[in-house]
Design a protein around this ligand. Sequence first.
Ligand SMILES: *[C@@H]1O[C@H](CO)[C@@H](O)[C@H](O)[C@H]1NC(C)=O
Ligand SMILES: *[C@@H]1O[C@H](CO)[C@@H](O)[C@H](O)[C@H]1NC(C)=O
Ligand SMILES: *[C@@H]1O[C@H](CO)[C@@H](O)[C@H](O)[C@H]1NC(C)=O
Ligand SMILES: *[C@@H]1O[C@H](CO)[C@@H](O)[C@H](O)[C@H]1NC(C)=O
Ligand SMILES: *[C@@H]1O[C@H](CO)[C@@H](O)[C@H](O)[C@H]1NC(C)=O
Ligand SMILES: *[C@@H]1O[C@H](CO)[C@@H](O)[C@H](O)[C@H]1NC(C)=O
Ligand SMILES: *[C@@H]1O[C@H](CO)[C@@H](O)[C@H](O)[C@H]1NC(C)=O
Ligand SMILES: *[C@@H]1O[C@H](CO)[C@@H](O)[C@H](O)[C@H]1NC(C)=O
Length: 753
Amino acid sequence: MAFEKLNNMPTSILVIVMFILASSPNLVFSSHNFPIAKRNCNDICGGIPIPFPFGTTSECYISQEFWVTCKHTATSGGPQKLFWWDTNIEITRISLDGQMTLLQSISRDCYNRNGSRSSPSITAWIKLTDYYFTVSNTANKFTIVGCDAYAFVSGERLGRNFTTGCTAMCSSEDDMTEGECTGVGCCQTPIPRDVWKIEVELKSYSNYTYVSDFNRCGYGFVAEESAFKFSKDNLTNLADVESIPMVVDWAIGNSTCQEAQRNATSYACISANSECYKPINSVGYRCRCEDGFEGNPYLAHGCIDIDECATKIGNNCTKNEYCNNTQGGYTCSCPKNYDGDGIGEDGCKLASKEQNMRVAFILIGTASGIIALLLAITLLYMELKRRSQRKTKQRFFLQNGGHVLQEKLARREASPEMVTIFSSSELEKATSNFGNSMIIGRGGFGTVYKGVLADRRIVAIKRSIRVDPTQIEQFINEVVVLSQINHRNVVRLLGCCLETDVPLLVYEFVTNGTLSSHLHNEAKARALDWSMRLKIAAETAGVLSYLHSSASTPIIHRDVKSDNILLDHTFTAKVSDFGASKLVPIDLVQPSTIVQGTFGYLDPEYMQTNQLTEKSDVYSFGVVLLELVTGRRALSFDRPVKEKNLANYFLSVLKQGLLFEIIDENIVGLGNREQIYAVCKLAKECLNVRGEDRPSMKEVAMELEGLILGGKHSWARSIENEEEMETLIGVRSSVGYDSICRDHIAMPNNGGR
Ligand SMILES: *[C@@H]1O[C@H](CO)[C@@H](O)[C@H](O)[C@H]1NC(C)=O
Ligand SMILES: *[C@@H]1O[C@H](CO)[C@@H](O)[C@H](O)[C@H]1NC(C)=O
Ligand SMILES: *[C@@H]1O[C@H](CO)[C@@H](O)[C@H](O)[C@H]1NC(C)=O
Ligand SMILES: *[C@@H]1O[C@H](CO)[C@@H](O)[C@H](O)[C@H]1NC(C)=O
Ligand SMILES: *[C@@H]1O[C@H](CO)[C@@H](O)[C@H](O)[C@H]1NC(C)=O
Ligand SMILES: *[C@@H]1O[C@H](CO)[C@@H](O)[C@H](O)[C@H]1NC(C)=O
Ligand SMILES: *[C@@H]1O[C@H](CO)[C@@H](O)[C@H](O)[C@H]1NC(C)=O
Ligand SMILES: *[C@@H]1O[C@H](CO)[C@@H](O)[C@H](O)[C@H]1NC(C)=O
């Protein structure tokens, strides 16, 4: 294992190195990709290529000007060297772009300390072929080195003589600056163009006698500028250097391209895809391969197409593109599914359709990812919320005695009267989430919503008051008991929901609103005639009586009032909230709730003793009777103080015999006078301060039933005597009002309707 690892490392390094090598630009263009010389001609000498038009034999050069010879330097097998013609001028480089480099000797002039020449001065010269070869004026510089020297370079150009010169002086070695030929120890000057013959002649001002301790020689040469970099050492070490490179421009003939092209036999640019051009700084013309080709334009078929696609820098195709080499060029083409010409920086783009599809895929992918994520988060959130809601519901359910109710229900046989346990979601659905538009009543008792159950039953849902945790058992008992009251004059408790913080009680929905709303609305009150009122009173009394006497424990309503008596579409009374207030432990009920809900109806005895009995309901019912008779509210704050409390006011009015003053005009009609008296009398009895003195609900109910049937009952009989009745309605006490009273109340007994 370890060995393998060790072994792998160099391999990977090698791979990386190879990759770097492969990807690095291949800057080296091989000059041997194409033939440079004619067939069967020597194209190299001592490592130096010999491109046509140069040649070593007459078959190999274009003309004799381009004759070169390849010779061994020493007689016995020294290295081969290339020479211009059969001279000793050595060629070190020939390039097809019109230059060659020769080695040119250095002129020198040396003296003894006493000022006599130590050796004959050497004057270097070179004579090239006019027009074909000229000393390059761009690549070369005329340079002299020495501290007491001046030199002339002279020669011929364009058929005339020329001379130029330079002076190099110095008095101390320290004067000289490395690399600078500014006349101190070294002087440099350019030469004119088109020079084909040069001669460098050195002179001295004072035979180096003043500088003889460090410099006794002067040197001069025309040389490739880049080949010589001045150093003060050169004052001495140039003595050992015989020659220095010089660049020569070469061109074909002395005619222009146009002139040359006229003579096809002598025109040199014979290769296909070659072209003729005029050299910048010499006469004649040269040839070159057209763009996209390389090779030797002077040879037939010398220019060869460059395979730009073979190297990365050869072409501009982007990495997506397919590079196709063509004659003299290349094309970058886009693979299938790609658009564009491929050339330029844009390169290949995915075909718009393809790209659109990809973009669409990416977008769809991203979008669906996001959607899925959101969905997942939402689902998770909803699940968590659902769980917490379920937990909360469960908590409330237990807190509100749900399990107690369940146990109770389990013990009973299923019956239609059985209380239903509603789920909170069921009721939420029924009431549009307990929306404001579904509220049908609000008060101290809580809020009542109208709801439509899934089975299309219309219900009233009452959100009552929080249950005292210690009284849960009792609360549940009440719910069970109340739900079993199946009386036509009771608003049925259908069930409850215990999953909310405050239990919700679900009642049957009664269409026509409360008795209170009818009595205290002018138009509705007019429609509610005496017989209807009597019927409502009788029904209410009947059901209260029924419940007071029912079962083991009497069910006391506790909150009898016109607000709690509902009317259905046939004006049948339906007592609501039956015992509901008893469901709320009295000590938990805030005083304000009582005052708001029931003040005006409250049994004064109960207020003192805090003992709630059936007789409390009787008292409250008495007030309801007064409401029916007078049309006034049990408590009216907009009336004078003495009239505020209806019960008190009634009793005081009764004492004063002014009863007629408060009888509702709407009920005064034919033949009901006695009934009204009777009801007033009955109400008076009900309002007795002592509970014991009040009749029982049963008696009240029977009395009212009796009145409806027209028969005389004990109570009616007891007010049989006229005297008492007159006392009751104050006929005696106020004569002035008597007629009014009689007009209004004591209508003809049997006038008929
Ligand atoms: C100068 O010096 C050289 C050698 O140092 C000597 O050969 C020569 O004769 C001298 N010439 C004169 C004129 O003194
Ligand atoms: C310099 O040298 C030349 C040749 O050796 C001689 O003719 C000339 O007199 C010398 N001049 C001086 C100042 O030494
Ligand atoms: C150039 O100079 C040489 C000698 O230095 C002379 O023979 C020749 O005639 C001159 N040519 C011209 C054109 O002046
Ligand atoms: C000039 O001197 C420098 C420093 O010694 C040397 O490298 C260089 O070759 C010399 N130049 C020539 C042409 O000999
Ligand atoms: C070109 O060279 C030929 C000889 O090779 C010569 O006769 C002719 O005058 C030259 N033309 C020019 C413009 O120099
Ligand atoms: C064309 O060039 C050839 C060879 O240099 C020569 O012999 C011939 O006379 C020239 N023809 C013309 C029309 O210049
Ligand atoms: C490549 O493109 C650049 C600019 O777009 C251009 O200058 C250069 O010549 C091109 N090279 C090739 C090999 O086409
Ligand atoms: C490359 O280009 C040549 C000529 O331009 C063409 O004939 C050939 O089909 C192309 N090849 C590809 C692969 O495009």
